[in-house]
Design a protein around this ligand. Structure first.
Ligand code: FE
Ligand code: CA
Length: 549
């Protein structure tokens, strides 16, 4: 997979070299270049022809369509930062009044500035988009300086987008004082307002880490402060509509415009509790993979991520990745859905996760949450990491949440408890490499959890090898506190767990330690809800185990 990254980055550079025009671009040149763009070979997965230009002005772009309705209604976003580049995203949402422009390819100008007042242009790109990609725009904004903020916007004809702010990573070997992450997951649109995003947008963070369940395919009539448009999405157009509805939220837009996002997904981006090629209804895998391909494609079209679905295998899309934050931290973002083994001991009538007792299949060594290729990619780089903090970002809870019953201990098969041998492989990798300062960051379970991780969960003879912070949901409802009390009683490794509040977790990483501040509110069913700090947990470098702060 590293090779594909290299190809992606080289292709970008090669393409820019052949089309970059240091002397500026006249309108006539532009016509010829537009043709070249349209004919450019699409060597990247979902690659989009982009061309670096200098001296292009908004006036050039303004020669495009005269829009009746603002096409930038979904806002702007940035993501997957590197020391020298970041992805800049928008999507033209073309209204019925402008339908005449829908069928034609549209050329969009992307401008990057060094200052908030937009007085110091840095780089500009022309990008071509069309209906085949839902008029989405992904610019790989390269040639940037490490560890600094940039401002950006898009221009199409008479319309100019809102301005976004983004930030590059520090240089790979830079000594940095801190990394500030807003850790987020699970934003069911119907179940609450995005007051957490509103707060994050105003806060100084280096990036937003989103750990999955960006959209939800399904509804729950018991908790509904606003409604999804349409039913459960199955087709590309239906997933596009769902993503567009979520992106229409002003608080979510503000949070995207304020910070770059680093993302992975969980199940609801496709459908609840899917595992690899299997859904809960045991749909024919060939049929389900077509739905997964539609969901992945719509996801790519709406997210500031570098790679889209593989054109040869459109049901596959690489989302797992590794990034560095100077000498301070290595960060892995994992994919816990696309490659996982099917659920163990499933109900033959209704698939997906469930609570099981006495399921011997759970101990099958072949079972994997990440798939063997992702495990083989992760373990060596984790074991060899020389950076102070090793942050492993993945979608769900890694610590055990089983309960003792007369028949044995229960396991919820959709989480890491459903893949206990794979969890041991991960934790053994850390133990054998004698790594210190490993922190797992999770989401999915709609509750705040602080826990310590041992190769043998809850066994105090098995040393703590890592710790875990799971963030509560932005808006999705959590489990009952009564059930959670049983889970806490049965799992001494869990030092904090609360399922009754929504929000996000502010994670401040410094060489000496990590502070996780859980910012929450009771269910945000009122637009004016405010967050407060539910709890703070800290890790000191070199010292295993979370401490209340
Ligand atoms: Fe969720
Ligand atoms: Ca989930």
């Amino acid at each position: 997979m590293a090779r594909r990254w290299m190809e992606a980055r080289m292709s970008d550079a090669d393409f820019l070299n052949t089309t970059n025009n240091p002397h500026g671009l006249t309108r006539r040149d532009w016509g010829r270049r537009a043709l070249a763009l349209a004919l450019a070979s699409w060597s990247l997965p979902m690659a989009q022809a982009q061309m670096s230009v200098q001296g292009a002005s908004s006036a050039d772009a303004a020669k495009g369509p005269r829009w009746q309705t603002d096409p930038f209604g979904l806002g702007v976003a940035s993501g997957q930062p590197l020391p020298d580049s970041v992805v800049l995203w928008t999507r033209l949402l073309i209204a019925e009044a402008d339908a005449a422009h829908k069928a034609q390819p549209q050329t969009v100008l992307c401008e990057v500035f060094a200052d908030e007042a937009l007085r110091q242009p840095v780089r500009q790109w022309w990008v071509q988009t069309d209906a085949s990609r839902a008029h989405s725009v992904h610019v790989i904004a390269s040639g940037l300086q490490a560890g600094r903020s940039y401002w950006y916007r898009f221009v199409s004809g008479s319309a100019t987008s809102p301005v976004g702010r983004t930030r590059t990573c520090p240089g790979d070997n830079d000594k940095v004082a801190q990394l500030r992450i807003a850790q987020t997951s699970c934003q069911h649109f119907e179940q609450g307002y995005y007051v957490a995003h509103r707060e994050i947008a105003k806060r100084d963070v280096d990036f937003v880490l989103f750990l999955g369940d960006y959209i939800y395919e399904s509804s729950n009539p018991r908790y509904m402060v606003r409604k999804h448009i349409g039913g459960v999405p199955q087709t590309l157009d239906e997933y596009r509509q769902r993503h567009a509805q979520y992106k229409g939220d002003a608080d979510l837009q503000a949070c995207h415009a304020a910070h770059p996002w680093v993302m992975t997904w969980d199940d609801h981006e496709v459908v609840n509790d899917y595992a690899n090629d299997q859904d809960m209804k045991y749909t024919d895998p060939q049929v389900f993979l077509r739905r997964r391909a539609a969901a992945y494609r719509a996801y790519f079209e709406h997210m500031p991520v570098r790679l889209g679905p593989d054109p040869a295998q459109p049901h596959q899309m690489r989302i797992h990745d590794q990034m560095r934050w100077g000498q301070l931290a290595d960060i892995w973002t994992l994919d816990c859905r696309q490659y996982r083994s099917h659920h163990a001991c499933p109900d033959p009538n209704r698939g997906g996760g469930r609570v099981v007792v006495g399921c011997t299949e759970l101990r099958d060594a072949e079972r994997s949450m990440l798939g063997s290729a992702q495990e083989q990619w992760l373990y060596p780089s984790l074991a060899q990491s020389t950076r102070r903090w090793k942050l492993v970002a993945q979608s769900t809870q890694m610590s055990s949440s089983g309960i003792a019953t007369p028949q044995g201990r229960s396991s919820f098969t959709d989480g890491w408890d459903g893949y206990p041998v794979a969890r041991e492989r991960f934790l053994n990798t850390i133990a054998q490499a004698q790594l210190k300062d490993v922190l797992v960051l999770g989401g999915d379970v709609h509750m705040n959890v602080a826990a310590n991780l041992r190769v043998r969960p809850n066994d105090d003879k098995s040393p703590i090898v890592a710790s875990e912070i799971v963030t509560t949901s932005i808006s999705s409802r959590g489990m009952s506190e009564t059930l959670l009390a049983h889970i806490r009683d049965n799992n001494p490794d869990i030092v904090h767990a609360r399922s009754d509040e929504r929000g996000y977790t502010f994670v401040q990483v410094q060489p000496s330690g990590v502070l996780a501040q859980m910012r929450t509110t009771p269910h945000p069913a009122m637009e004016g809800s405010r967050l407060q700090t539910q709890a703070q947990w800290a890790l000191a470098s070199g010292v295993p185990g979370l401490v209340k702060a």
